[in-house]
Design a protein around this ligand. Structure first.
Ligand code: RB5
Length: 326
């Protein structure tokens, strides 16, 4: 029988609520009843814990008893056995992919799988009031219903025949990328160039090529000026904090460099700021997260519209032509 696993942090609030709400939705659907094995797990669970008291209460209000639920830790075996993994946040999704990068085609955030494009996280109600738990329950329920509304065929076909496009990892192999780092970012740059090769991106590596001390503005300038001139579509810069690279790159006219240490910001800065340079700090995040950030940032599109107006204002500031209240 195909398996779906809902994933959150501790497997005591959001994911058990999702598991049990989804089980009821499936049970009430005569086409799907009994066809999927539904469970949940946590990225950082203390195994054997009961659900939080308000999770129990707000599901009881729905006529669902989750008293028997015991938390469990997500591990590689569970990830490998699953046909579909629905996480509560983008960070959970990244962590699933750190457990097993091959899970890429079957792990989605719940909201992403429900067809939502932005703001893909369901906030953690842990330690908050009953009202917050009610809101989270209703949010999860609504998205589960959307999932079935939009993807019933996927569930009817046991998740096998139909490949769902994973919006986090849309590729654009035509992008030309410039990449650079200082001594502090050298090791992560290697990880990122490996990723670019795996994903089929054309890139030029402007160095540095060792962990011998260098000055980050020298590399920021090479990458940023390559992007500003149009020779490259995007730039990626890594130093210890990502901050020096970001400050330096943003001094080059036409550059919108974004320092990102989480995938939400990486996506949002493409959607809203049309950022053309990504900077990261190797002393802040590890290689796994840096790779996910790059994937998301390269795959995300600019939304245009009102965001273009704001970028136009940034360009006026850059040219010294911006006037307040105009
Ligand atoms: C180098 O030690 C460090 O200052 C640099 O990598 C970067 O973090 C600057 O912002």
């Amino acid at each position: 029988m195909p398996k779906v696993i809902f994933v959150c942090t501790g497997n005591t609030c959001r994911s058990p609520m999702a598991e049990h709400l989804f089980r009821r939705i499936i049970d009430e659907d005569s086409d799907l009843k009994g066809k999927w094995e539904i469970s949940s797990a946590g990225i950082a669970a203390l195994p054997g814990q009961g659900p939080s008291k308000y999770a129990i209460k707000v599901l009881k209000d729905e006529g669902i008893d989750i008293n028997e639920h015991l938390s469990r830790q997500l591990d590689e075996k569970l990830v490998k056995e699953a046909d579909l993994i629905l996480t509560m946040t983008g960070a959970h999704k990244e962590m699933v992919l750190q457990i097993d990068p091959e899970a890429r085609d079957k792990v989605f955030t719940l909201k992403e799988f429900a067809g939502i494009k932005n703001d893909l996280d369901i906030a953690d109600p842990f330690g908050q009031s009953e009202e917050v738990y009610q809101e989270v329950r209703d949010e999860i329920k609504a998205h589960l219903k959307e999932v079935i509304g939009k993807r019933k065929q996927f569930f009817l076909e046991e998740g096998k025949k139909r490949k769902i496009k994973n919006t986090y990892y849309r590729r654009d192999g035509n992008l030309k990328i410039a990449i650079g780092c200082d001594h502090a970012g050298y090791a992560i740059k290697k990880e990122i160039t490996d990723l670019l090769e795996e994903e089929g991106f054309a890139y030029t590596d402007f160095g540095t090529d060792s962990s011998e001390s260098v000055d980050y503005p020298d590399f920021a300038y090479k990458v940023a000026s390559g992007v500003a001139s149009g020779q490259f579509d995007r730039g990626i810069l890594i130093c210890g904090t990502g901050i020096g690279m970001s400050i330096a790159a943003n001094k080059v006219k036409g550059i919108r460099a974004a320092l990102c240490h989480d995938v939400f910001s990486a996506r949002a800065t493409r959607n809203h700021n049309n950022s053309n340079v990504l900077t990261m700090g190797s002393r802040v995040i590890g290689a796994g997260l840096a790779r996910e950030i790059v994937r998301v940032w390269l795959g995300a599109e600019f939304d245009g519209g009102r965001h273009q107006r704001r970028i136009d204002k940034i360009e006026l500031i850059e040219r010294g032509e911006y006037r307040e209240n105009e």
